[in-house]
Design a binder for this molecule. Structure first.
Ligand code: EPZ
Length: 413
């Protein structure tokens, strides 16, 4: 449980960690080769531990050295990903493409992961079918076979991050060129493309598609994972909600444009240079309206933290969540902390209040947890947040980073 004594402006500088959502597909990419792969700037997170455990279960040898992991071996990939590991984290499903590409057959449990609405994998499977795979889903397990993956043009009904990554991973070892029309363009997907290019499968972005030229084998490489834009945005919002000034070093401001322009609209002061972003806010913010969209739209992962921040603005703010069916399970806890917040259909609405109040609350997913941490930092009294395991899934060293900004945080089991 995390206990936070709120009401103190956060001031100072924190270092952005490597991106969780870039590190996870990068670990899956190591399944595509038997040559050594070195991933640098990898965040120490429970989700990364789960991805590493999955890679090891499938046959890779993995060694951590600080924020670098070295992945070796995997000459014979196992045909099946262990269910407990796949249930722990949805991104494990990205192992399917590599297993199919390397073995021609495999078994993969349907994924678990966050509690943010139904998260099907129909776009993953439809895309892999286009490349020549066939599937039989029995008892929650996908039985897959693909004697040979052949590149072709795949249209995505929705620019799904996972489905785009799945098809890039499979396409890297397919015959010929795989073109994904209407792909996700999140920085984490582009980073995966950079990694696959370095492994020998050239990835090219065009205005309506991304193409990958498959190879018969891929080499290892050394790859530095991009900074985590969602973690960076969360700390910038922590500075804003506490009426302080926080600088995140190592963040890419161009990955945060939607958040930064909305923060300027609220009256916050935003300063950027090539490898740091600062947000300062000394007065009560103005209300704004946002809607979440695929990149470069406002990121769905920052919708919960942003609503926490806007729950103390003057006026009514709304956030329309267009990416996930339901990403509002933090709203009840936020209301218990004194926020005037409610959900109608796909939109959360908050009439800002002067102050929030401490409470005992529970985090139910990574970004819901982040929203509650922000509210607690602003609250007049102490807040106790249970479910901190979710925070450890997505925010490396959160208590220490918050303390370095002047927050009063303690973790008790
Ligand atoms: C990735 O999830 C991220 N996770 C999520 O971050 C992020 O919120 C999401 O992209 C959107 O940006 C990782 O990268 C590990 P999607 P993913 O496929 O790939 C629907 C966090 O907190 N959909 O783009 O699962 C889906 O239900 C996590 O770090 C299908 O219908 O996201 C959702 O409504 C949370 N069929 C929408 O698309 C499919 O086959 C977007 O999902 C796949 C997705």
């Amino acid at each position: 449980m995390i206990r936070i004594e709120g009401g103190r402006p956060l001031r100072g500088t924190v270092q952005a960690a490597g991106s969780k959502n870039a590190a996870l597909p990068a670990v899956m990419a190591s399944l595509l080769t038997v040559e050594p792969m070195v991933l640098q700037n990898v965040p120490r997170l429970l989700d990364v531990d789960a991805a590493v455990a999955l890679a090891e279960a499938l046959g890779k040898e993995v060694r951590w050295q600080d924020s670098t992991i070295v992945l070796n071996g995997g000459r014979e990939l196992a045909p099946e990903a262990p269910a407990p590991l796949v249930q722990r984290m949805r991104a494990s499903f990205l192992a399917l493409g590599p297993i199919l590409a390397r073995r021609g057959e495999g078994r993969m449990p349907l994924p678990g992961g966050c509690s943010i609405g139904p998260r099907p994998v129909d776009l993953h499977l439809a895309g892999l079918r286009r490349l020549g795979a066939s599937f039989d889903v029995r008892g929650g397990t996908v039985h897959a076979s693909a004697p040979r993956l052949a590149g072709t043009t795949v249209y995505l009904d929705y620019p799904s991050v996972g489905a785009t990554e799945q098809l890039l991973l499979a396409g890297a070892l397919a015959d010929g060129v795989t073109a994904i029309v209407n792909p996700a363009r999140e920085p984490e997907v582009v980073d995966l493309g950079r990694l696959l290019t370095a492994m020998g499968a050239p990835v090219t972005w065009r205005e309506d598609r991304v193409e990958i030229r498959g190879q018969s084998a891929l080499n290892g490489t050394t790859h530095r994972v991009i900074p985590d834009r969602v973690e960076a945005g969360t700390y910038l919002l922590a500075g804003a909600i506490t009426r302080g000034a926080v600088t995140v070093v190592g963040a890419r401001h161009e990955h945060l444009d939607a958040l930064l322009s909305k923060l300027v609209e609220t009256g916050a002061e935003v300063r950027v240079n090539e490898d740091a972003v600062t947000v300062a806010l000394g007065v009560r913010p103005q209300a704004v309206n946002i809607q979440t969209l695929p990149y470069p739209g406002f990121p769905t992962d920052l919708q919960p933290p942003m609503i926490s921040f806007l729950s103390t603005a003057s006026g009514r703010s709304t956030a329309r969540e267009t990416v996930f069916a339901s990403r509002f399970n933090y709203v009840g806890a936020l209301a218990r902390m004194g926020a005037q917040v409610q959900v109608t259909a796909d939109t959360v609405l908050t009439d800002g209040v002067e102050t929030l109040h401490g409470a005992e609350v529970e985090a139910t997913d990574i970004r819901a947890g982040a929203a509650l941490v922000l509210a607690a930092l602003a609250a007049a009294e102490a807040t106790e947040i249970r479910g901190e395991m979710h925070l450890a899934r997505g925010y490396a060293g959160l208590p220490e980073k918050l303390r370095s900004l002047g927050a009063e945080v303690c973790v008790t089991d």
